[in-house]
Design a protein around this ligand. Structure first.
Ligand SMILES: [Zn+2]
Length: 290
């Protein structure tokens, strides 16, 4: 089992659903040139961010955050039974890994006080719900689920226009069950937890700052998908909502935590996923914690 990391009054633990190579990295980052890939291939492969075939390795996981008062789940992976015919590897999944890993961390679904979704893509909202007698019900029955209101409204409109989104099975049932709080992307949860707007990958993506001064740790959701985007903050990924805006958010956050002790926790970086940021040329070096 993956051990927890102590930062300030918090403990942070990764709850993995899957970790494996997915797409060719050049497809994933459409503006990545052959020359830039070759220049960086050795270290990307050494840290496990790409495999020998040049495919990006992603970890699909939640961060479990325990505070003196609350048990929090940040992002909720893909989930079981979701109808995803356009994603064959995730279509109607029947996989106990995620809930088993949560149980192994000593957490029951009833123990979760908050579920925070950094944005409303399908790999961040899936375990919000589970199927019970043909209906979608909250997986975490006692949790408040925190969604950005603006993000919610955008995806609700997309869904109404016929787009395929995870809203119908993973988000709207939470609202209908009375468990959702639609908040601003700079929402302050309490003295030790607040959101930081980091739009671009989606319309109102948020990061989460932990600690009284916001300096203990930052959970960055999908602000970046590879340490290569720390080196090149302007490198956008293929389904960014607004890539230039995402690049500004990315550079801003990396600059904010550059050469600090703050633990940076991206959602999808390969294990061990978390690390620190330092300056590297015109960009930043992401150094994984060992
Ligand atoms: Zn994601």
């Amino acid at each position: 089992m993956i051990s927890s990391i102590k930062v300030g009054d918090f403990s942070i633990q990764r709850i993995i659903e899957q970790e494996r190579p997915f797409y060719d990295i050049k497809t994933y980052f459409p503006s990545l040139t052959d020359a830039a890939l070759e220049e960086n291939r050795a270290w990307l492969q050494a840290c496990g961010a790409i495999d020998a075939a040049g495919r990006i390795v992603l970890c699909i996981q939640s961060y479990l955050v325990r505070t003196p008062h609350h048990t929090i789940l940040v992002d909720s992976c893909v989930g079981n039974d979701k109808n995803l015919p356009h994603r064959p590897h995730w279509h109607r999944m029947q996989d106990g890994t995620y809930l088993n890993n949560l149980a192994a961390a000593g957490v029951k679904v009833e123990d979760i006080d908050y579920v925070m979704c950094t944005h409303l893509h399908l790999d961040h909202v899936g375990w919000n719900t589970r199927q019970e007698n043909g209906r979608w019900v909250p997986t975490f029955p006692n949790a408040r689920y925190l969604f950005s209101k603006q993000e919610y409204q955008y995806w609700e409109e997309q869904t109404r226009s016929g787009a395929t989104t995870p809203m119908l099975d993973s988000v709207i049932p939470i609202v209908e069950a009375g468990r959702a709080d639609l908040v601003a992307s700079d929402h302050q949860v309490n003295d030790h937890i607040r959101f930081l707007p980091t739009p671009g990958h989606t319309p109102d993506h948020y990061a989460i700052l932990l600690g009284r001064t916001g300096q203990d740790a930052v959970l960055t959701g999908d602000l970046m998908h590879s340490p290569l985007q720390a080196k090149y903050p302007e490198l956008g990924m293929r389904v960014d909502f607004d890539s230039p805006l995402g690049a500004r958010s990315r550079r801003g956050l990396l600059q904010q935590f550059c050469d600090t002790r703050t633990l940076v926790c991206p959602c999808h970086f390969p294990s061990p996923s978390v690390g620190r940021v330092s300056a590297w040329g015109d960009g930043f070096r992401f150094s994984f914690d060992q």
